[in-house]
Design a protein around this ligand. Structure first.
Ligand code: F6P
Length: 392
């Protein structure tokens, strides 16, 4: 068999480990692997590279992806179809007429698609609507896919975010500042949640629940200052949204319209990260006269600095966990292809590598704030004790 593999969407640490896992297992099973470049873009344009096992020594320990990536939506032309039934039919037609012939053009019998909630739904559509073999591997720093406990790359990013959030404490403390740190994860707050807790951030704002600037930020800062805390770290998801009430009452620099007018990406998702919310928050806090007065009572000038972690969250090398997970995902994906399976996604359940339906597995997993998740309870618990009165 000749098996194609592509990596699409935002890159996550561990992609090369999946590629290496696929290649070494294919070598053992006697199959050939061809690398498709730039995700769905290379699939459509027939851009490939060979993946010769003798030239990929210890690829699993390296960052990025040797196959490159891109955010390409093969269904972009039918994305905004108004009628759901018509859209479904248009997608099926597009799969039959545009995507399926690419298997022959690329000379592949099966495809392993590696990515997150942009890349894998396309793979799921492909698997649903043709008899070619398609397997998905979940990788995203957002950790927001239903079918797996952890997606590949997530824990490397949590470590990177934690280290920076923690390091920023020394400078924030020296200057007695408020540091607003913007952490990736537009719609899912797993990364700010975990890194915020792990690093001991004082306030953590997630995109799943709208926040109230007065109650969730200013009142907490006031309490902290009154209790003699001299620096403050806020871990803020790039996708946070204030409540309508707070927007109207507390914000001077943005309105509800600002959110309504956000640009969309090629998959039709609102680009909340383009707002650069940490900057907005920093400005709003610095303009707050009551907050300023509280700081002055303690002989401290209110100074707020914003810092965007951005793509540094997916930079460098994967941690040991993601190297191993990537290899395990890659090996299992290749085994599934070997057995002639299709429409499946590999996944981590507990400590075991399992499989689930691709269509189900790629649905978005967010932490519902209304549920009593122990992680959200933990966030409440650790942050609520961060402004209690210091013992004299
Ligand atoms: O893949 C998801 C994600 O990592 C988001 O957390 C982030 O906002 C976005 O990708 C960044 O996308 P890009 O790399 O295209 O700027």
């Amino acid at each position: 068999m000749r098996v194609g593999i592509l990596t699409g969407g935002g890159d996550a640490l561990g992609l090369n480990a999946v590629i290496y896992g696929v290649v070494v297992k294919a070598f053992e099973l006697g199959h050939e692997v061809v690398g498709i470049l730039k995700g769905w873009k290379g699939f459509l344009n027939n851009e490939t590279r060979s993946l010769d096992i003798t030239k990929l020594n210890d690829l699993h320990a390296t960052g990025g992806t040797v196959l490159f990536s891109s955010r390409t939506n093969p269904f972009a032309s039918i994305r905004d179809h108004e009628n759901p039934k018509g859209k479904e039919e248009a997608i099926r037609k597009h799969v039959r007429e545009v995507l399926v012939p690419k298997f022959d053009a690329l000379g592949i019998d099966a495809l392993i698609a590696v990515g997150g909630d942009d890349t894998l739904p396309v793979a799921a559509r492909l698997a649903e609507n043709c008899d070619k073999k398609v397997i998905g591997v979940p990788t995203t720093i957002d950790n927001d896919l239903m079918g797996t406990d952890y997606s590949l790359g997530f824990w490397s990013s949590v470590q990177l975010a934690t280290t920076t959030l923690e390091n920023l404490q020394t400078t924030a403390k020296s200057q007695q500042r408020v540091s607003v740190v913007e952490v990736m994860g537009q719609n899912a707050g797993w990364l700010p949640l975990m890194s915020g807790i792990a690093s001991g951030a004082d306030i953590i704002l997630l995109p799943e629940t709208c926040f109230d600037l007065q109650k969730d930020v200013i009142d907490v800062l006031v309490k902290r200052v009154q209790n003699s805390y001299i620096y403050h770290i806020l871990a803020v998801s790039e996708g946070v949204i204030p409540t309508d009430e707070s927007l109207e009452r507390d914000f001077k620099t943005i309105t509800k319209e600002t959110f309504d007018k956000l640009p969309k990406d090629v998959f039709g998702d609102s680009k909340r990260a383009s707002l650069n919310f940490s900057k907005i928050l920093a400005k709003e806090l610095e303009k707050n006269a009551a907050l300023k007065a509280e700081f002055q009572k303690k002989n401290v000038e209110l100074e707020v600095r914003d810092f965007v972690l951005g793509h540094s969250m997916q930079a460098g090398i994967p941690n040991a966990f993601d190297r191993i997970l990537g290899l395990r995902f890659g090996v299992r994906a290749m085994e599934l292809v070997h057995k002639g399976k299709t429409g499946l996604m590999v996944s981590l359940r507990g400590t075991k590598i399992e499989t689930c339906g691709l269509t189900e597995g790629v649905k978005q997993r967010v932490e519902d704030p209304k549920t009593t998740s122990d992680l959200l309870a933990l966030k409440r618990l650790v942050t609520s004790t961060k402004h209690v009165s210091k013992k004299k």
